[in-house]
Design a protein around this ligand. Structure first.
Ligand code: PEP
Ligand code: MG
Length: 297
């Protein structure tokens, strides 16, 4: 019943005497995007583009990428889709990138650092997103941001991508909203200073937890320590939520913690009304939020 009602409400869960919470979906393929639509997601809150290009020998070109993103967009007509630029590195090694081995890949050249290190790669991806996004509500999101400099450098790359498309006479989406993942503690701590540089924040609790507690994500012996419900992590989530509210920037949570009914309710309590999760969790979280609100209020 919960599944039917979320779908009928198109991902919006109005809480009795509380806010309306939007349930968005994380996706890593067009197939998952279709499952997310089926599950009643409001939109795609995190498209993990690196997952499209794991098993291959060469870099994906602009046309190929534009087609893949268009296929995802086709699953969500009229709805917002947040496309994250490549988050390669860390646990996601893409062989065709030929990143030299690192002692600490999670602290290495990953996410936006890698993209800014390879301007051709970044601009090719941005051109593909801009082309696929034409006439659609597409937003660009950057992974692993630590500083405003990285955001501004990406804006310059976006402008170059647009000029290249102009020169080629290819139509594209403009302007395009630009947001960041908040998953590095420095970004969470300075969210108020980053806010003027972005259109939205999305908190990645998987990496934020790993970096805050210095506990590798997925480490079999550290699961209890790597807890997104740890007060240190919740304190950072609270900061980002407040910074976003003060600056008028939307804040979502797109880490796995958003799929945990208890933590989802905690985030809502911290003022976060946009949660993005794997499609399979949507009905469960919707039901838990409604039940929890009924209990409280
Ligand atoms: C996160 O870090 O919480 C996140 C959503 O990004 P990913 O899991 O893709 O690193
Ligand atoms: Mg992450």
């Amino acid at each position: 019943a919960a599944r039917r009602s979320v779908a009928a409400l198109q991902g919006k869960v109005p809480l009795p005497s509380g806010p309306t919470v939007e349930l968005w979906a994380n996706a890593a393929s067009a197939l998952e995007a279709r499952a997310a639509k089926e599950a009643g997601a409001f939109g795609i809150g995190l498209l993990r583009t690196e997952m499209f290009f794991l098993d291959r020998g060469d870099a994906p070109g602009e046309d190929e990428q534009a087609d893949l993103y268009a296929e995802v967009l086709a699953a969500f007509p009229g709805a917002p889709v947040v496309i994250r630029t490549l988050d390669a590195g860390g646990d996601k090694r893409l062989p065709w990138l030929h990143v030299p081995p690192e002692e600490n890949p999670y602290l290495g050249l990953r996410g936006i650092r890698l993209s800014l290190d390879r301007p051709d790669l970044l601009e090719t991806q941005l051109r593909a997103i801009l082309r696929a996004g034409r006439g659609r509500d597409v937003r660009v999101m950057l992974p692993m941001v630590s500083t405003a400099t990285e955001i501004e450098a990406t804006k310059a790359a976006l402008a170059r991508a647009a000029r290249t498309l102009d020169a080629a006479g290819k139509p594209y989406l403009w302007p395009v909203p630009l947001g960041i993942m908040v998953e590095v503690p420095a970004a969470a701590l300075l969210a108020d200073r980053l806010a003027p540089h972005v259109d939205f924040f999305s908190i990645g609790t998987n990496d934020l937890t790993q970096y805050t507690l210095a506990a590798e994500r997925g480490h079999p012996r550290l699961a209890a320590l790597a807890d997104a419900g740890h007060p240190a992590v919740l304190d950072l989530v609270d900061r980002v939520s407040k910074a976003g509210q003060a600056a008028g920037r939307a804040v979502s949570v797109c880490g796995e913690a958003a799929a945990d009914p208890k933590l989802a309710a905690t985030f809502v309590g911290l003022g976060i009304t946009r949660l993005s999760m794997g499609p399979a969790a949507i009905a469960r979280v919707a039901a838990a939020l409604v039940a929890g609100a009924a209990e409280i209020g």
